[in-house]
Design a protein around this ligand. Sequence first.
Ligand SMILES: CC(C)(COP(=O)(O)OP(=O)(O)OC[C@H]1O[C@@H](n2cnc3c(N)ncnc32)[C@H](O)[C@@H]1OP(=O)(O)O)[C@@H](O)C(=O)NCCC(=O)NCCS
Length: 198
Amino acid sequence: MNSVTASLPANLYLRNLSLADLDQVDKLESQAFSENERASREKIAYRLRNCADICFGLFQTCDDPNAEILVGHTLSTKTNSFFITDQAMEMPELDPVTHTPVSEQEKLGHLPTGPTVALHSLAVAKNFRKQGLAQVLMKYTAEAISSDNATTRNRADRISIIVHGELVPFYQHLGYKDNGPSKCAHGGEKWNDMWLEL
Ligand SMILES: CC(C)(COP(=O)(O)OP(=O)(O)OC[C@H]1O[C@@H](n2cnc3c(N)ncnc32)[C@H](O)[C@@H]1OP(=O)(O)O)[C@@H](O)C(=O)NCCC(=O)NCCS
């Protein structure tokens, strides 16, 4: 983990996200993705409630020691399948009071014992792009869920992602393999399945 964070400027740091970060994550998600591609605020809240241990934020310190600015994030769930499926992108029906799934039969969204981390969102704020920060976030995410420090809750065998064709080289540079066109039709778009064995 140190090798990844060592490359960051002193005013930037990485940590797990939590539900307290919802407003900033929602804002960055809407800046980075079109309406049909972005995760809804409700879905982000679901992920931060249920699997914040595999969701990470890159933050910038500011003058107010109690404030921090979200600069980038990765949002993920765990899934039983090798590649990302439309079901993995969804969320189960939730009890309005407890926010837990109404039925345990539903195989939608986060499946805690799944061997695959389905990485749904990588976003970097516009004014921080082209500085290598997305690469840092992706490397940090991979190390956090594969290191000796990973718990059984967040450890996984691989990371799977769906990507637009133009970003395939970016992920290949990070060691991901390209499996070609995905069956996933998220947002009515065409995607490639890529994965990184951990
Ligand atoms: C994609 C994204 C996360 C990259 O963040 P970043 O911090 O600028 O990325 P890095 O600086 O680590 O790497 C930059 C590299 O990403 C690749 N890249 C980024 N955007 C790209 C695009 N639209 N088309 C092709 N390559 C792109 C290039 O290889 C680029 O290298 P270059 O600067 O030499 O051209 C950022 O542009 C973003 O948030 N975009 C909107 C959301 C998105 O598309 N997320 C990925 C979905 S899977």
